[in-house]
Design a protein. Sequence first.
Length: 196
Amino acid sequence: MDPLTLATSFATIVSLLGSYSSERSSERSSSFDDFMKWLAERHHQELVELIQQSDTTLLSVKVLLNQKHEVLDERLKSLDEAMAQIAYGFSEFRGVALLAHPQIELSDQAITLLKEFCDSDASTMFEIRALNGALYQFSDGKRGSFVPSDPRFFDDDLRSLVSLGLLHEKNASDKRREFQITRSAAKYVEAIRGSK
């Protein structure tokens, strides 16, 4: 299989699942075999072979096809929005991401937090609430802290990063929240830096 097909196979499979589901929405069910036949009829034999090579992929596609059309459609829409929000961090894709989802803008502050988190070599950041605001302290690695450039919207940025799976929130309490960076966030930062 050529490198371009491998590089775009996830997006292609997701897109084709959406197309297949839309075409079949009026029918009572969608089977895995019907989907594979549908792919072959549309000249996607390489994807058929790619799907059949992995038991995990086979199972995932079957699980998706067994969902009600409305549920699958909603999950595909959520995935599309999340992918657009991630793509927004790449200057080359920013315009396309905003065209598809004008509301998804990942702020410069959120991207800066991810970069500083990665540069700190920390795995955890603590939020410590004080009378004059909140402090964000990296707990390990090189330690250090993060100072939001726009504190008013920093909670919104944290929610966005958690919803995208770039940070995990743990141990919420009145005075202290804990955020852990994910492997996806590190790869995202690496990709952003590599694209410039």
